[in-house]
Design a protein around this ligand. Structure first.
Ligand code: NAD
Length: 381
């Protein structure tokens, strides 16, 4: 942990009753690297202020909108100004907010999907370079110590040559909503104006895709996808499968569904090589299964000396004390803190803006493949 002062943090969204805001606030506290100062916590200013009051924040740093935020924060002396802004609004606001923040010199921590289009994501990538700010994309699951261990073991070559990858993200929460037109109307994830081009692939398929590229280091070169909207008057996918080809010649699958009835947060990834296989499940995140040809399965756990440096820095307590989603997000925040401070960090310490570009290219290729009659569709590097 750094002995430097805490980084001053702001938030866009994430206020009272938001789903993921609390995960970010707890995560930002875990490494004791950040202090929440203010932001635009809600689409409704009054609610945003109520929320700031509850957190005992300085109300003068809670703003009605991003324009006021930028104007008032830039007017403050640099040593008081918010340095990093966390964007946790519905999808359609990520791009315009992140762009405005980057152009005004703020570091950004942003939720996925990074933007609505790959072109927007590429623009954000070049803007971060131009303005010299850091950008962390919160693909939450990459922060788990055993996911990081999986990445390290694959990089060491313990699997041999990778020949098959299977990533699945199954949820069932849309099932009670999708069959009822009125209920559907109240869900922003099913509204293209707020969610963007995709529901299921943009919301969770992109996490599974990111896990594949994060853990294996492979690049996906082509996809053949089949998406399902279930109803003709539902414009966005809520289920889908993408067959994938990778740059080493291996093949695999990214499967995602929000109508896998009664599934909760069933994200799993399995990677099989010529010598061994390795498997991880989000609902049981402290266990990593290593399956060597001809040997009994080994179960690796966090906090042990046999784990890699990247896994070790992502564990905060002795073995046997289970860590979960808050800790995983906390590890991304700790990695991002190093980038914000200009310190060195390990590759894989946090997902970058480039992973956002890859994710958007995947979503667009999957949508095009499905729309064009399930044809192989290239993903440019
Ligand atoms: P939500 O609807 O629960 O919360 C959205 C918040 O944004 C609310 O507080 C709302 O008032 C606020 N908001 C809306 N418009 C705003 C504006 N103009 N200015 C300021 N605040 C505004 O949504 P959620 O489920 O928390 O999702 C938010 C984002 O997080 C989405 O992009 C989603 O994809 C992502 N997400 C990521 C994960 C993950 O595992 N990384 C999990 C859930 C959600």
């Amino acid at each position: 942990m750094s002995t430097q002062r805490k980084i001053r943090m702001g938030m866009m969204g994430g206020g009272l009753n938001s789903f993921i805001g609390i995960v970010h606030r707890i995560a930002s506290y875990i490494g004791e690297e950040y202090t929440l100062v203010g932001g635009v916590f809600d689409s409704n200013f009054e609610n945003g202020q109520k929320f700031a009051k509850k957190l005992e924040l300085d109300l003068s740093r809670t703003y009605a909108d991003i324009d006021t935020f930028v104007e008032k924060e830039l007017a403050l002396p640099a040593e008081e100004r918010i340095e990093v802004v966390v964007v946790v609004t519905p999808n359609f606001l990520h791009y315009p907010m992140a762009k405005q923040l980057i152009e005004n010199g703020f570091h950004v921590i942003c939720e996925k999907p990074i933007t609505n289009t790959a072109a927007e994501a590429m623009e954000l990538e070049s803007l971060t370079k131009k303005h010299g700010v850091s950008f962390a994309l919160t693909h939450t699951y990459t922060g788990y110590p055993m996911v990081r261990q999986m990445k390290s073991m694959i990089a060491e070559g313990v699997l041999g040559k990778i020949q098959k990858v299977d990533a699945q993200y199954y949820q069932g929460w849309i099932n009670p909503v999708i069959h009822d037109k009125e209920k559907r109307a109240g869900v922003w994830r099913l509204n293209p104006e707020k969610a963007g081009q995709s529901c299921c692939m943009g919301d969770i398929g992109v996490h599974a895709f990111n896990m594949v590229e994060y853990t294996t280091g492979l690049k996906t070169t082509k996809v053949l996808a089949d998406l399902n909207t279930l109803y003709e008057d539902n414009p966005l996918d809520i289920d889908g499968t993408a067959m994938c080809q990778f740059d080493n010649g291996a093949k695999g699958l990214v499967r995602a569904s929000q109508i896998a009835t009664s599934e909760e947060n069933n994200l799993c990834i399995a990677v099989y090589g010529t010598k061994a296989g390795i498997k991880w499940e989000q609902e049981n995140p402290n266990y990593l299964y290593f399956m060597e040809e001809g040997k009994p399965v080994q179960v690796l756990k966090p906090g042990h000396e046999y784990n890699s440096e990247l896994s070790a820095i992502s564990t905060k307590i002795a073995p046997g004390h289970p860590e979960g989603i808050f800790d995983s997000m906390g590890n991304i925040y700790s990695g991002a803190a190093k980038a914000i401070r200009g310190e060195e960090y390990l590759e894989g310490a946090f997902p970058t803006v480039h992973e956002g570009v890859r994710g958007m290219k995947f979503i667009e290729a999957v949508l095009a493949s499905s729309k064009n009659g399930n044809v192989w569709t290239e993903i440019e590097d």
